[in-house]
Design a protein around this ligand. Structure first.
Ligand SMILES: [Fe+2]
Length: 161
């Protein structure tokens, strides 16, 4: 069970690095159209992972813990319910996905999960690293919006074919 805030941050660090790896691993077919897009998104995720690592160290120094069992249960559920498993199956599988629609659907899902993590942090600890957390939330929301915009474009292209 997750009881320290450091453990929550550690899980987010793993998550963000996984999202970066996922975006680095998209198939050549999808890279033709969205290569630069996902490359830039991956860079953001790796940068976020470093920020979360530093925030986790800070939370550890401040001995921050989760006390309410309901919070523990929800955070545990967020961590266990992530799209990534320990074996990196999704990251491997994405290499073989040629459909941009499918890749964008996966991107939408993981960006939404990233937002859930940041929302939960800001809900549980509204005063902790407030400025950084606000920026992280905004960047993840921008990511989601950009993915949704590309989904819309792809849909239109699909209809016109
Ligand atoms: Fe993101």
């Amino acid at each position: 069970m997750v009881t320290t805030v450091k453990e929550l941050f550690d899980a987010i660090v793993v998550f963000e690095n996984n999202v970066g790896k996922l975006y680095d691993n998209i198939s050549d077919d999808v890279k033709k159209q969205y290569g630069v897009f996902f490359e830039n998104m991956a860079k953001d995720e790796y940068r976020h992972a470093k920020i979360y690592k530093a925030l986790g160290d800070q939370a550890q120094d401040e001995e921050m813990t989760l006390t309410d069992p309901k919070d523990v249960a929800y955070v545990q559920s967020l961590i266990e319910g992530t799209s990534f498993d320990a074996e990196g199956k999704l990251i491997d599988d994405i290499k073989g996905v040629k459909s941009k629609h499918q890749v964008l659907d996966v991107a939408e899902r993981v960006e939404r999960e990233a937002i859930q993590y940041v929302f939960e942090l800001s809900r549980l600890f509204p005063d902790f690293a407030k400025d950084q957390v606000t920026i992280l939330l905004e960047e993840e929301q921008n990511h989601l919006q950009m993915v949704l915009d590309r989904k819309k474009e792809a849909e239109i292209g699909y209809i016109l074919l």
